[in-house]
Design a binder for this molecule. Structure first.
Ligand SMILES: NC(=O)c1ccc[n+]([C@@H]2O[C@H](COP(=O)([O-])OP(=O)(O)OC[C@H]3O[C@@H](n4cnc5c(N)ncnc54)[C@H](O)[C@@H]3O)[C@@H](O)[C@H]2O)c1
Ligand SMILES: [Zn+2]
Length: 677
């Protein structure tokens, strides 16, 4: 180092201030402002400066301390044994240096040392204290000496036993471990947040930290948090206890405290290097984030010999893997149109390596998320990518904002079909209004068109529709009626007989009712009931096609939103064209509607939550509406029943709290079948 003491002093002061700041945002706000790599680099630079100029080292330097003093509204608690950090090794060379260091300290041969290796979970550290087998309290690390007492929140984690298993407990046990969130839980939590128009979490660590440090334990209870033990900090027992770290981990497991299944005991530093390589290869396939491997000398007697430096033990080290967050530039935003017409903004990025994979796209979820991030094209953005998680834009690096950043605007027309894009107030998603006309929505639209409650085309299943669209034999629903049996018979798995049957079924389906036809053309939010009401009200398609907004709003059950959707649909010339084509190929109906169907659910309000396997949520909604039920978006005391699909979240909990009837998908299907006759 060639700096003068003066320059070194100034640099050290700058680094300290940056690190203090970063600590505050990372530990207190759960909103990091630097990447971990940037943070680590600054910390190392400061360490190097302080090593070169020892007079610069101050007792309050970030190199001497861990974390940040909490300021969160939780009671403070002093740690009897401080919760330290870990030194880290950024490559194999540094691992070997660690091996040499401990061998020297212990005056032993490096190849004879035994190490216990485990993944370094990327969550947040907590300490649990058990007295006579019962959980007495739990706390965060805080600044290592003082943490936050968060016992009530920790009690909500199913993986933390409130009472230890068995009966051979120690009189006192203090165990350290990591609270973390699995990728699956993280994605489900974000999906729920998106559905409710809430903030999405940047990465599982932030989600875990933000969830655990909630002042209301009821919120923590709804978050998919898990605990994994990694260290015994204090133990008092009459029984003979294991003399190795791995032995103590086994004891913890016996007492019902989860430890990591990847934990392994290896011999020599070569064994360590091997473990780190293998775990690194496995990292992508794990369902949780790890930022490294933690290597500890296995014999506890060695820990006592080596002891601690100011902020970390000498008998352990963290081997770091490539960061899962990187900064890159946002080149553009494109909008993808999903099968249901939903527009999803996708960030086009300057390609960047993130944890071993090149990333050039990341999801931005929706326009609200773009607004929350305050994102502009040209910005430097921090992105997160891990295993099976879709890469995400975490935040904008404000200091690097260019002066000519471009605003991101929702396109007015669908990038696929050119139809108008609609985003209604209060809705999070923007959608293409093209429906039947939009190629992105073609398959779904055709499936809906052919479905039992629409034109009921017998023998035209989902697979066949996929095939017809992929071969470009069918673009619009009118094309269906132009299919010839001879040509259909060319399709794999479609025998001549079935081809003939399908053509006959299409012929039969041409004769329908106006209500079915209106339902079939797939106007947004026009379910069976609304379609039937529209048909009854207007009597003819001509009248409906030209109806003004006020006239539409006069129809039973049609509010301003649905009226708007119907109006928009019929104002687009390509939709008019589709209707004309259908009529031209011979689709007809009796103008006079037959009597009403029975409506066993009239007066009831239902809520659908979670995802259904056998139908889309819209279908479920349409079928309920056809039976006379109202379908609401949120649960209240007035709710008659809630259908809970896979990964149902807050609505399900609300229903249970209010004592509203909850049925699963199987029961739902069974009841629908009964009611529909
Ligand atoms: N981005 C930022 O602004 C910012 C700010 C502060 C800290 N950080 C990050 O945090 C790190 C420093 O934080 P730190 O002091 O918590 O150190 P650390 O995260 O490098 O190591 C200590 C922590 O490792 C965890 N851990 C996971 N598995 C473990 C195991 N098997 N055994 C022991 N510990 C295990 C514990 O939570 C423990 O507190 C930095 O490397 C940096 O990446 C980032
Ligand atoms: Zn479209």
């Amino acid at each position: 180092m060639s700096q003068t003491p003066q320059a070194a002093q100034e640099r050290a002061a700058t680094l300290r201030q940056q690190l203090e700041n970063a600590n505050y945002h990372y530990y207190v706000e759960d909103e990091p402002q630097l990447t971990d790599a940037e943070y680590d680099q600054r910390l190392r630079e400061l360490q190097a400066l302080e090593a070169e100029y020892p007079e610069l080292a101050t007792p309050d330097s970030p190199t001497m301390r861990v974390g940040a003093k909490p300021d969160s509204g939780f009671p403070e608690i002093e740690h009897v044994v401080p919760m330290l950090s870990l030194d880290n090794a950024l490559d194999e060379e540094e691992l070997l240096a660690f091996g040499k260091r401990v061998a020297k300290g212990l005056e032993r041969d490096a190849s004879a040392l035994v190490f216990c290796c485990e993944p370094k979970l990327d969550g947040l550290a907590v300490s649990l204290v058990y007295e006579n087998g019962y959980l007495r309290y739990g706390a965060t690390r805080g600044d290592g000496r003082t943490g936050e007492e968060i016992t009530n929140n920790l009690r909500t984690l199913r993986s933390i036993p409130l009472k230890l298993r068995g009966d051979q407990w120690p009189a006192l046990l203090e165990v350290r471990g990591e609270v973390y969130m699995r990728h699956s839980g993280f994605e489900a939590l974000n999906a729920r947040a998106l559905e409710n128009g809430d903030k999405v979490f940047a990465n599982p660590r932030n989600a875990a930290a933000g969830s655990l440090r909630q002042l209301d334990p009821a919120i923590t209870n709804q978050r998919p948090l898990e605990f994994c033990a990694y260290q015994v900090a204090r133990i008092e027992s009459d029984a003979e206890l294991a003399a190795t770290h791995s032995g103590r981990m086994a004891l913890l497991r016996d007492w019902g405290l989860p430890t990591n299944p990847e934990l392994a005991v290896v011999e020599g530093i070569d064994g360590v290097v091997d473990f780190c390589r293998r775990l690194g290869e496995k990292r992508e396939s794990l369902d949780y984030d790890i930022d490294g491997a933690v290597i500890k000398l296995d014999a506890l007697s060695d820990h006592n010999v080596l002891g601690f430096v100011s902020r970390a033990p000498r008998w352990a080290i963290a081997f770091k893997y490539p960061a899962q967050e990187q900064v890159t530039q946002l080149l553009d935003v494109e909008f993808q149109v999903g099968r249901t017409g939903k527009l999803t903004p996708v960030a086009k990025l300057e390609p960047v390596q993130v944890a071993g994979v090149t990333v050039s796209n990341a999801t931005l979820h929706n326009m609200d998320q773009i607004a929350r991030l305050d994102l502009r094209i040209g910005d430097s953005v921090r992105i997160y990518r891990a295993g099976d998680v879709i890469p995400k834009v975490v935040e904008v690096v404000r200091e690097q904002r260019p002066t000519d950043g471009r605003e991101i605007v929702l396109p007015e027309s669908c990038p696929v079909c050119g139809s108008r894009v609609e985003k209604l107030d209060g809705e999070v998603d923007a959608r293409c209004s093209g429906g039947l006309y939009c190629p992105a929505q073609r398959k779904e639209a055709l499936k809906h068109f052919a479905s039992r409650r629409a034109l009921d085309i017998d023998g035209l299943g989902e697979k066949l529709i996929d095939l017809l669209v992929e071969r470009e034999w069918v673009e619009t629903p009118a094309d269906l009626f132009r299919l010839e049996a001879a040509r259909l018979a060319e399709l794999p798995r479609l025998a001549e007989k079935s081809a003939n049957n399908l053509v006959n079924a299409l012929e039969t389906a041409k004769h329908t009712t106006l209500a079915r036809f209106i339902y079939a053309i797939g106007i947004r939010e026009v379910g069976e009931t609304t379609a039937a009401n529209l048909a009854r009200h207007f009597g003819t398609l001509e009248a409906l096609r030209h109806a003004e907004l006020e006239a539409l709003e006069a129809v039973a059950d049609v509010g301003p939103v649905v009226a708007h959707h119907v109006h928009t649909f019929f104002r687009q010339s390509h939709n008019q064209q589709t209707l004309d084509d259908l009529i031209a190929v011979g689709v007809t109906w009796k103008e006079e509607e037959a009597g009403e169907r029975p409506q066993p659910l009239s007066g009831q309000t239902w809520v659908l939550t979670g995802s259904l396997e056998s139908m889309t949520r819209d279908d479920g909604k349409a079928r309920l509406q056809a039976l006379g039920a109202k379908v609401a978006g949120s649960v209240s005391k007035k709710t008659s029943a809630v259908v809970a699909g896979e990964a149902a979240g807050s609505k399900l909990e609300k229903a249970m709290q209010l004592g509203v009837e909850v049925i699963d998908e199987a029961t739902f299907i069974q009841r629908l079948a009964e009611w529909e006759g």
